[in-house]
Unconditional design. Structure first.
Length: 167
């Protein structure tokens, strides 16, 4: 993750945090590679202010917009952030572009089909035929609930559960 060559010391976020806790400052070894999940950035303390840090974010559309992402940017304030995402972005919800800047390269679904990397996806919009076998279904359910003699809380819980499952 740190520039200046890909060989050398492999460090972790834990290594930097341990040095910080021991009062050894913001140790940024060079050259180094550091791999970490975004969940390691629970606090916004700076870990490294060097300019040769490159942060590569895979699946960036999932994790780069909330507290942990803000903490990571605070921990590495001068880093270059590069994002990878394979998810088609919905027009008007293009936060990845907003956070990381314009696209360097776009490899879309149609190109992957043409290259043979992906099989074509066909979508057929159909409405399935549904038929209600018991026209008294609602009345039958209400009768069963009454027969069960549920408490007020249990009845409300059941109503919420059925509502969630049947709507």
């Amino acid at each position: 993750m740190v520039g200046g060559g890909l060989h050398g010391l492999i460090v972790s976020v834990e290594f930097w945090l341990e040095q910080e806790q021991r009062g050894e400052g913001h140790a940024c070894p060079a050259p180094a590679r550091c791999t970490a999940r975004i969940h390691k950035f629970q606090t916004p303390e700076m870990l490294c202010d060097r300019r040769d840090v490159i942060v590569m974010n895979d699946e960036a559309h999932r994790s780069q917009y909330d507290t942990l992402a803000v903490n990571m940017r605070s921990a590495l304030p001068n880093a270059l952030f590069l994002a990878f995402t394979g998810t088609p972005l919905i027009a008007g919800e293009e936060r990845t572009r907003e956070v990381f800047g314009d696209y360097v390269s776009i490899y879309d679904f149609q190109q992957s089909v043409e290259d043979g990397a992906t099989v074509p996806l066909f979508y057929e919009n159909r409405t399935p035929e549904l038929r209600l076998e018991n026209p008294n279904l609602n009345d039958d359910i209400y009768a069963l609930i009454e027969e069960a003699e549920l408490s007020e809380d249990a009845e409300q819980r059941l109503e919420r559960e059925l509502s969630a499952r049947l709507t």
